[in-house]
Ligand binder design. Sequence first.
Ligand SMILES: NC(=O)c1ccc[n+]([C@@H]2O[C@H](COP(=O)([O-])OP(=O)(O)OC[C@H]3O[C@@H](n4cnc5c(N)ncnc54)[C@H](OP(=O)(O)O)[C@@H]3O)[C@@H](O)[C@H]2O)c1
Length: 306
Amino acid sequence: MENYPVLVTGASTGIGNDITHQLAAQGTLVFATARKEADLQSLSRIDNVIPVRLDVRDPQQLAAAAEQVSRYGHGLYGLVNNAGVGDLGLCSTWTDEELVDIFNVNVFGPFRVTNAFLPMLVESRGRVVLISSQGGMISKKYYGPYTMTKHALEAYSVALRDELSDYGVQVSIVQPGGVVTNIGANSFPGMVRRFQRAQPPFKAEADAVLESFNQPPPPAPETDEESEGNRKPSPPGVVTQAVLDALFAQKPKFRYLVGTRWEGDRVIHALIEKLLDENDNPQHRYSRESLVALLTQKIEARHAGQ
Ligand SMILES: NC(=O)c1ccc[n+]([C@@H]2O[C@H](COP(=O)([O-])OP(=O)(O)OC[C@H]3O[C@@H](n4cnc5c(N)ncnc54)[C@H](OP(=O)(O)O)[C@@H]3O)[C@@H](O)[C@H]2O)c1
């Protein structure tokens, strides 16, 4: 694995930190990016880890990071675009600057980081992994701009996969559900600011949300079963397992849906609803029988291709 260097963005905490530790522990050379000096210092203390300073919004830091990796002389086999922010709030309360910033980190970041390292990845016939979210497939109230960025990553991943396959570079997209990390705490102040900004007719609703933040958490539900009000976020390690497969499996999957059964059901149901919306169209409509037959045919084609 030491001949397969991998760069992981956003390695200071959470999923990126877990990926970094597990890759390094298996002997992979990891270029682990972080923004803060203290995080770079602590990454430097892990065997097989080379810390790299990188704010994915900063083209100059990116050029310096690419130069640093290139100068190291081992090439680059894998890129894990993990850095991201999870800001939430009513769509009507986002400022232009906030909207541009979340796209800058979550979409333009992986786009420009991939382009910067592409020559090295083509040379090694390597792998690109994008950490998206189940929010790339579904959305709901208060999740507007965050899920918009993850939907954009989905489109990017398809175009990138199709553009790079002829050059030996394989692209995968990982779509976690809830994962226990700092993302909620990091996004909390911005979310509070946005709810405080709400204007009528949304103000009463926003005030009720703000008030709920001051209440003690509701008592634990009696059932262990997962539901909207009884979420069971996964440990970062389940995302790392998917990333390791995407990086090193002989035949990596394109999409890795990661999380609990309840979360997976939610995505599949939403996609079926979307399909039925598309099919509800006077110009073009499959009958129920044709839809079922088409699904059967596609499933069989996949089995045949395995
Ligand atoms: N946790 C979840 O429930 C969940 C679910 C689905 C998808 N995801 C995705 O997983 C990825 C990792 O998130 P996480 O849950 O591990 O959250 P996290 O613990 O908050 O980690 C986010 C990482 O991104 C970095 N980052 C933020 N802004 C950056 C910027 N401008 N330039 C470079 N790095 C930046 C952070 O660095 P700093 O420490 O310097 O801020 C940190 O290393 C994100 O793409 C997120 O959307 C998370």
